[in-house]
Design a protein around this ligand. Structure first.
Ligand SMILES: [Fe+2]
Ligand SMILES: [Fe+2]
Length: 190
């Protein structure tokens, strides 16, 4: 169950549908970055006991990355340059320093990114059905995995400090609600 307090702007869907090749390249990078994020979390002492779970997530994300690359190849779309997401940068800018603060904030950011992916993939699976059945099926196939990553990261944060996670989640859900309203004209998922 996703906790978001604000819907992404309706202009997002139109932008994605009219720029599918560029969005697929961005999606490939999103999966690549999700794999590196899972590996980056392994640097925190509080997550040393979870290193194998994080490896499993990193492997899943790398498999997603490969699936998107295969899709690009089948469609003759060249792999290209990544663009930074203002929404992700806005979330990550608020990660505090200090061992416990940093790991909890970092996990919450990763969780919200996974959660927004899950939400948007669900919408794409539905909206693409009549336009591009292969892509609709592809997005439908990713929803559960990204939803699990969302929940796993949140539970990892709660496992470290539940009260602090709830407090910071409240802050981050407000920040997400503010940032998600700012339109990003680039053909990106986030
Ligand atoms: Fe993924
Ligand atoms: Fe994921």
């Amino acid at each position: 169950m996703l906790l978001f307090r604000e819907k992404f702007p309706p202009s997002w869907l139109a932008k994605v549908l009219s720029n599918l090749p560029a969005v697929l390249v961005d999606h490939a990078h999103l999966e690549r970055k999700a794999a590196t994020s899972a590996l980056n979390l392994e640097k925190y002492r509080d997550l040393f006991p979870r290193v194998e779970e994080l490896n499993t997530i990193a492997i899943e994300e790398l498999q997603h990355f490969q699936l998107v690359l295969d899709l690009l190849e089948r469609r003759g779309i060249p792999f290209g340059q990544p663009y930074p997401s203002p929404w992700i940068a806005g979330l990550m800018k608020s990660v505090r320093n200090g061992a416990r603060h940093q790991v909890i904030d970092h996990l919450i950011c990763c969780s919200l990114i996974e959660g927004r992916s899950c939400e948007k993939f669900q919408v794409l699976a539905r909206e693409l059905q009549s336009v591009d059945a292969e892509l609709a099926k592809f997005y439908a196939g990713l929803v559960e995995s990204e939803g699990n990553h969302y929940a796993t990261y949140l539970l990892m944060a709660k496992g470290i400090d539940e009260a602090e996670t709830d407090r910071r989640l409240d802050f981050y859900l407000d920040l997400d609600a503010k940032l998600i309203r700012e339109p990003n004209p680039l053909p990106m998922l986030h």
